[in-house]
Design a protein around this ligand. Structure first.
Ligand code: WQD
Length: 346
């Protein structure tokens, strides 16, 4: 029986590449569509080394409808898609909002238009916990109020969920799951793929590993006087491999649903909060090293404390995290060390 094809936009990126590995291991045939604006072409080869399979891939921008249509014309019997392709740097989105509104919204509209035109019934959408803003009550559930986004990036995620909702309500034949990620960290245990931030990392864990590798002078912890157990911000960190597996579970679940059209949101996190300092101390412990860090000023726009209730994903998707922050921080460090040796094609 031929394998079920899934278009994976942004499939060479951090979460995309880990999801492509899990799709292959679950028996799907992923087709990567990526413009490599925030990913490295060398990752395709790494995915093929991990899985022993060749991966079909197209280099194009999802905002280019004509180019994107060619993939749908070339690839027959595609079951559905997983949509990762989006710009995702919170700070950059504040400085350059129009890039975010154009890139993140147009790419989704193009994908939906082509899915309906070519009859692809299933969509898994990469959303984010930023849709909750600073929640009043913790842990956040999928019914927690969607608050005004803290950034244009977060707003594009909210608007994208609404675009999907309105498309489903129009009775289009579409079954969609919006996956609201908390903070993805770590790397594949093979250390063949992992996070590859271009330039200075915005996110905490790649900044930690680059500091430990001597690429950065020291880590600045943004804010240490918050109303938390040690004064630093609380986040719900999830191993990227657990997160990747949730995408496969969501795809399987969508195919088991009878309705013609549906749209469900799912929180994907560990369901537990850790402070920045706890992450730093755990990194030092599991990797047996001392990290150079200092306590600095708050970062504007930071949510103080957020972590998710993940019961819905566990009950409906039959999915649970299996890896803790210890494994994630070990895998992140192993990947950083391997990076020195991997010649990635830029
Ligand atoms: C985590 C904590 C920082 C860097 C963002 C997006 C979210 C998702 C993940 C895409 C905060 C602190 C960080 C540093 C620090 N992205 N920090 N020093 O902001 O929670 O979430 O990335 O989906 O949508 O909003 O992640 O890793 O930037 O920050 O102290 O050098 O680490 O202040 O408390 P964030 P982050």
């Amino acid at each position: 029986m031929s394998k079920q094809k899934i278009i994976v936009t942004g499939g060479a990126g951090y979460i995309g590449s880990h999801t492509v590995v899990e799709l292959i291991e679950a028996g799907y045939e992923p087709i990567i569509v990526d413009n490599y604006s925030n990913a490295d072409r060398g990752i395709i080869v790494q995915i093929e080394k991990i899985t022993g399979k060749t991966v079909q891939h197209y280099e194009l921008d999802c905002n280019d409808l004509a180019a994107f249509r060619k993939v749908f014309e070339a690839e027959k019997n595609v079951l559905g898609s997983i949509h990762f392709a989006a710009a995702k740097a919170v700070g950059e989105s504040v400085a350059n909002p129009l890039k975010y509104y154009h890139n993140n919204l147009q790419s989704l509209v193009n994908l939906l238009q082509l899915q309906l035109e070519f009859g692809l019934e299933y969509l898994v959408f990469s959303s984010s916990c930023t849709v909750y803003g600073q929640p009043e009550k913790l842990p956040v559930t999928e019914n927690s109020p969607i608050q005004k986004a803290n950034s244009p990036y977060g707003n594009t995620k909210q608007i994208c969920e609404e675009i999907i909702e309105d498309t489903v309500t129009s009775k289009a034949k579409l079954k969609a799951a919006s996956l609201r990620y908390f903070n993805p960290i770590g790397a594949h245990p093979s250390a063949m793929i992992g996070e590859l931030p271009f330039g200075v990392p915005n996110n905490l864990v790649p900044f930690i590993t680059q500091t430990a590798a001597g690429l950065r002078e020291s880590l600045t912890i943004f804010g240490h006087d918050y109303d938390t157990v040690d004064g630093t911000c609380v986040r719900d960190y999830i191993h990227v491999v657990d997160l990747a597996k949730a995408h496969v579970r969501a795809l399987d679940w969508l195919q088991s649903q009878e309705q013609n059209s549906l749209h469900e949101a799912f929180n994907l996190g560990m369901g537990k909060g850790y402070t920045v300092l706890e992450i730093v101390q755990t990194f030092e412990k599991v990797n047996d090293l001392k990290l150079n860090y200092r306590l600095g000023d708050r970062r504007p726009g930071d949510v103080v404390k957020i972590y998710g209730n993940v019961d819905k994903a566990s009950h409906i998707l039959k999915w649970q995290t299996k890896l803790g922050i210890e494994e994630a921080l070990k895998d992140a460090w192993r990947w950083e060390e391997r990076l020195k040796g991997i010649e990635l094609v830029k």
